[in-house]
Design a protein around this ligand. Structure first.
Ligand code: NAP
Length: 241
């Protein structure tokens, strides 16, 4: 990771922030794209001795992504890795789900992966690169109340396989990670009884921590996975296999 430049979306908090810390600890320069203020995260990353920058970017806007990526290339000298982690939920049963709730989730979770990958991959064509997309086991198994979220996360799996096929010969690897139940702000709001039920269903008998996801993202960005592309790795304690 030393001397590499990694763009990470949604890195101001949660799983993304832990991924940022994990990669910075291993020497990667870090660029955070987030709608949430990421200055505190970036200050902490700099203390680890790497270059770090935060851009207020809504990943669902191709124009905002293009502008930020152009600045990154100019100021950091190139891009080696992209981690598409930004994501939202707007849970409702289908009959109660508004058009806006459907659109918001698809725009951020799925279109956001398209905008960032399309823009960044152009700068990886000459010397190769690595892309990791954060999906979810919900995209693979479905979940009542999350049709919009499940569709967006399943879409990421198909997108990952397709782009891996398109750019493999350019030495660009594209993989996905599908986390299960991970403790973050996103899952904090869930009903306690439901959380307990989930933990009982996890073969490894515990909820996941952001670090469990960060380690697998690191594996996929590193040469340890040099012959792996187009894959989705579940990080769910066996909840979904
Ligand atoms: P989180 O704590 O809510 O962090 C997501 C970050 O993305 C937040 O800082 C959020 O800002 C930002 N974001 C939202 N919309 C954005 C946009 N349009 N452009 C740029 N940034 C945006 O979520 P998390 O739990 O760490 O989840 C990270 C990823 O893992 C997501 O893709 C999620 O779907 C996936 N995942 C999570 C779990 C889990 O159990 N936590 C399980 C499976 C998959 P705001 O807070 O201002 O919205």
């Amino acid at each position: 990771m030393k001397g590499k430049v990694t763009i990470l979306t949604g890195g101001a908090q949660g799983i993304g922030r832990t991924i940022a810390e994990f990669l910075a600890d291993r020497g990667s320069d870090m660029v955070i794209f987030d709608v949430l203020d990421g200055e505190a995260t970036v200050a902490e990353l700099r203390e680890k001795g790497v270059r770090a920058a935060y851009f207020k970017v809504d990943v669902s806007s191709l124009a905002q992504v293009e502008q930020a990526v152009a600045t990154v290339v100019k100021e950091m000298g190139g891009i080696d890795n992209l981690v598409n982690n930004a994501g939202i939920t707007r849970d409702k049963l289908l009959l109660r789900m508004s058009e806006e709730e459907w659109d918001q989730v698809i725009r951020v979770n799925l279109k956001g992966v398209f905008t960032c990958t399309k823009t960044v991959i152009r700068h990886m064509l000459k010397k190769g690169g690595n892309i990791v997309n954060i999906s979810s086991i919900i995209g693979l198994m479905g979940n009542a109340g999350q049709a919009n979220y499940a569709a967006s996360k399943a879409g990421i799996v198909g997108f990952t396989k397709s782009v891996a096929r398109e750019y493999g010969e350019r030495r660009i690897r594209v993989n996905a990670v599908a986390p299960g139940f991970i403790m973050t702000k996103m899952t904090d709001t869930l009903d306690e009884a439901w959380k307990e039920k989930m933990v009982k269903a996890v073969p490894l008998g515990r909820v996941g921590e952001p670090i469990d996801v960060a380690r697998v993202v690191y594996f996929l960005l590193s040469d340890y996975s040099a012959y792996v592309t187009g894959e989705t790795i579940n990080v769910s304690g066996g909840l979904y296999t």
